[in-house]
Design a protein. Sequence first.
Length: 319
Amino acid sequence: MRDFPAPRRIASNGIELSVHISGPDDGQPLLLVHGWPELAYSWKNQIPVLANAGYRVIAPDLRGFGGSDCPDGAENYDIDTMIADLTGLLDALGHDKAVWVGHDWGGIITWHAAMLAADRFDGVVGVNTPHLPRGAQAPTEAFREIGGEDHYILRFQKPGYAESVFEGKEDDFFAFIFGSPPKIGKLEDYFPDISHIPAQFEKFEGRAEKRIVVHPEDRAVYADAYRRTGFGPGINLYRNFDANWQRMGGVDHRIALPCLMVSAELDFMLPPKLTGWMPALCKDVEFAIIEGCGHWTMWEAPDELNAYLLDWLQRRFPA
């Protein structure tokens, strides 16, 4: 794991987080927030580039992931708790504010935090995950319409089910989940089956390395971490979709902070078209699309992502 900083355990919000920190002490703070089924290690290709540019880079394993504490109970993974972990981390490190950068679930947490804790932000970056208005129906109802009862988010609602499918098969799981994306023009053809992750994995018999976007030595980092923690703690994020939706009722979704949205052309779950709401919600937003890239942007297109991040950061928040 050359160039990846060693973890520190830092107390925040009643637990301890495993945190990787790099860059000068007085650099502009950047808080990198990973998604599922990921780790702070997902930012491996961004941390040294951003740190060498003079930024103070802070990349935690979220609660429930990797080296961080994994409390029992889905109620311990609601949006307010996840945000409090991160604002508490900034407190512990002596930072009033940071530029928050979130991918996948990290993007959901980041955009929610930009509404609920805007005073802890300098700016906000979404990687693949856009800022969306609150839907008119509970998220599980919407996911049911998209993918039926086998949609992975619905399957994740039952404690123990997904864990029983994934656990004990960690190496195969990460070869499966980090598969290369469907080609442009065919995305619609894959629905709804492509959203049936547990069912698809149960039929998985392996794939060629050229069809996997993360190298074996990097996948091993994930597999080893999930062998230690299991999958249940991180999946608890999904078990709060409806509760978080209820929580955000009446909250102003408009964001006045400087925003950057980096989309990936071939992300079938978070396609660029979902950013269509953002000009109405974000007062100051810039957009970029990485062509030929799927959901795992930090691994699939690290150079392109780093270039967009540095261009925006150096213009808006010089190190």
